[in-house]
Design a protein around this ligand. Structure first.
Ligand code: NOJ
Length: 717
């Protein structure tokens, strides 16, 4: 449809109709039988239920049949306006792949894109038009429950992951929404929904990067976040929502609020009345209000009294109609309910295979003294609360069904073609103290050649509203692990978590640690393949693993201080005083960003530059020799980092600037190259310019952010 026709549609609407066009409610308000995820506290406020049939869009698509029946009822009521269904399709629709944090550890954007396409294809056949994904909030604090939805602590990599997801969703035929704009990941103390205080520099250099990168792939929507930013709620933040997003970045798509966030302007202590919430949100650049009804209740009156301009209201409504137009809904309002295709694509063999590959590539091998891969002939005991449960599908699992998820025990038994002794030992509950299952776990473990303990954090202890202050493995499980260790048998920990958990207390007990995050539908099969070497681990962690909760937030791309420690030790042990650090803890994480082992080994050597000086506008090439020195074929993710040694504002000690995931056969070696240009060296200078400053730089290359080869170069005029 032409834009001028859309404008005509807007001008034909009454003020009440316009306000409803900008209102989004969950589907269960229309159809009580519709099973839907509840994501907040919903209050219809002043609007009556009948008016809900006239809203412009709807939250949650229960299934294709309900979508069709709701559309039919609307037609019968004489409503012809297209009605997009929006849903959180976060890591799969019915075929669930690992949580986004795990996907990011694959360092494989093609795979991430394929997974997103798979999700979109399944979802679109079942009535979904828009997904609220990708979430690209920077995750530096593992206490924050929502780190599992993002791509970790690196701004550049978060953007790359977000972009791959958008391409995949578009390929699969749905629109998507970048969230949560802006800075939500900096919630103080990792406490969910908490306030954020982020300097302009910190925002631009870290927190905003990934959202901005996503714009390259033309997402249709942005979702505003819940947090206060530097004292103002995001919804009232004109500098962020209008000056930056709309004017500076030129985003002309739809901005939708998070659930209930408009009404929450009152609770924040920012708007005294509902009327004011509506005024502030609209004039702050918000189009659609999700999960509350102050727009519907007050916008008409606000326009009539001149408190907000009708032109501003019309602009927002037009953007919503433009979205429907982009979706092709004026030509085909029934798009995306192909029930026949749904049967073919849902949980298909090929979809499951992609999702299994994601488990294999996203899991991170943190430790291995040679016990892995296991021999198929070895007698193992499978223990721990996650050994046999299907509750490893992950939070935000779309329409994924727990009963369709493969538990570890099933995956292992299928691979071995025999039954394996199993005992849970204890529950996964955070405060459980019941040790009555220990004895059986110890008994079967004592009879085995090797113990595989599936431990960690339950899928509902991370995600929205699931922050934790103590991110250790729950105490009851730590006790179980200690008991198993006493049996003096090889002990493999398979650890589940929606965040990097603190593993310090159990690390020494384990001969191997395979970190599998929340792996989704194919979890058990992918994990079995990894344990038995049918797949070679290659995941690299995108969040640093803290040694203790007190180290959070911890991230590799930090600053030096004026008093760096000479050795990384708790000062109470080293005696080193008056230096940056703790008396009782190391500064370094247990496992750094980018870390992950394989069943083979890689050696880096011979780092060279094509020139030691680079002229402005020029480029130089770095090369390094990478050799697979182990006895198996495998993938390695080569990581390139840069440090600007002295600048008008201090630069981080390392910043990821590029990577390459390389496959090498056992014994094979290859020269890997990386091009450095001025663009890579730019930052916001003290003068506020985005530019590179001349001077000395360090270039690092390695298989993680800690263990790198290093060389120097100079940028000259
Ligand atoms: C709340 C969450 O913060 C957001 O990520 C999600 O998209 C919405 N609810 C809708 O379910």
């Amino acid at each position: 449809m032409e834009q001028k026709e859309l404008k005509k549609l807007v001008s034909a609407m009454s003020l009440e109709e316009k306000a409803l066009q900008l209102t989004q409610y969950p589907v269960y308000e229309l159809d009580e039988s519709a099973e839907a995820v509840v994501t907040g506290l919903c209050d219809l406020g002043g609007i009556d239920r009948e008016a809900l049939w006239h809203t412009g869009t709807i939250l949650n698509a229960p299934n294709g049949e309900t979508v069709q029946s709701i559309r039919k009822t609307r037609r019968e009521k004489g409503i012809s306006d297209p009605f997009p269904f929006m849903l959180d399709v976060i890591h799969g629709y019915r075929t669930i792949y690992p949580v986004p944090l795990a996907m990011a550890c694959t360092f494989n954007t093609a795979l991430i894109e394929d997974c997103a396409e798979l999700a979109a294809t399944e979802a679109s056949c079942d009535g979904v038009d828009v997904t609220f994904s990708p979430m690209v909030d920077l995750g530096r604090d593992a206490r924050w429950g929502r780190v599992m939805e993002g791509a970790g602590e690196d701004p550049y990599w978060s953007g790359e992951v977000g972009k791959a997801m958008i391409r995949g969703y578009h390929r699969g035929g749905i629109a998507c929404c970048v969230k949560h704009f802006a800075g939500y990941g900096a919630a103080e103390a990792g406490r969910e929904y908490n306030t954020t205080d982020i300097s302009e520099r910190n925002l631009r250099e870290y927190y905003l990067c990934a959202y901005r990168a996503c714009l390259e792939e033309q997402p249709e929507l942005f979702m505003s976040s819940f947090n206060l930013l530097n004292g103002k709620p995001i919804l009232g933040h004109k500098e962020i929502m209008i000056d930056l997003l709309r004017k500076e970045w030129g985003f002309d798509g739809v901005v939708i609020s998070d659930f209930g966030a408009v009404e929450e302007l009152h609770e924040h202590g920012y708007c005294e009345t509902g009327r004011d919430c509506a005024r502030v949100a609209l004039s702050g650049g918000l189009d659609i209000e999700m999960g509350s009804s102050v727009y519907a209740s007050y916008l008409p009156e606000l326009v009539r009294t001149g408190a907000v301009s009708e032109a501003q209201l019309d602009e927002a409504v037009l953007r919503v109609l433009e979205l429907k137009n982009k979706l092709g809904m004026y030509e085909n309002p029934e798009r995306n309910t192909d029930l026949q295709k749904r049967d073919e694509v849902t949980l298909s063999k090929s979809g499951r295979a992609i999702s299994r590959r994601a488990v294999e590539e996203g899991s991170v091998l943190l430790k291995n003294n040679g016990v892995l891969p296991l021999k198929e002939s070895a007698k193992i005991a499978l223990v721990g609360p996650f050994a046999s449960t299907r509750e490893i599908i992950g939070n935000w699992a779309g329409k994924g069904r727990i009963e369709e998820c493969v538990p570890v025990k099933e995956g292992v038994e299928k691979l071995l073609q025999r039954a394996v002794p199993y005992a849970s030992g204890c529950s996964w509950k955070l405060f459980d103290t019941d040790e009555s299952g220990f004895e059986e776990a110890e008994r079967i473990s004592a009879q085995a050649d090797c113990i595989v303990a599936c431990v960690g954090e339950h899928m509902m202890n991370s995600g929205e509203a699931h922050s934790r202050a103590d991110i250790r493995i729950p105490e009851i499980q730590r006790k179980l692990i200690a008991k198993l260790h006493k049996l003096k048998k090889p002990l493999v920990l398979v650890v589940f978590g929606g965040r990097p958990l603190v593993l310090s207390e159990v690390e020494a007990f384990a001969d191997a640690i395979l970190y599998v995050w929340q792996p989704g539908t194919e979890g058990g099969n992918g994990i079995a393949n990894l344990l038995y070497g049918k797949a070679i681990p290659c995941g690299k962690t995108v969040m640093s693993f803290p040694r203790s909760s007190g180290q959070c937030p911890i991230y590799y791309n930090c600053f030096s201080t004026g008093r760096p420690k000479k050795q990384d030790m708790p000062s109470a042990l080293s005696g080193e005083e008056w230096r940056t650090g703790y008396d009782d803890e190391y500064n370094s994480p247990l496992y750094p960003f980018g870390y992950g082992l394989s069943y083979t080994e890689f050696m880096y050597s011979d780092l060279k530059l094509s020139a030691a000086r680079m002229k402005r506008g020029g480029k130089i090439t770095a090369t390094v020799n990478l050799k697979n020195v182990g006895s198996r074929d495998g993938y390695e993710t080569v990581q390139w980092y840069i440090r600007d040694l002295f600048a008008s504002v201090v630069r981080p000690v390392k910043e990821l600037k590029g990577y390459e995931k390389v496959f090498l056969k056992a014994g094979e070696e290859r020269s890997i190259s990386f091009e450095i240009n001025e663009e890579l060296l730019k930052f916001y200078t003290d003068g506020g310019e985005y530019a590179a400053e001349k001077g000395a730089f360090e270039l690092f290359v390695g298989g993680n952010s800690r263990d790198c080869l290093k060389t120097n170069f100079e940028l000259v005029d």
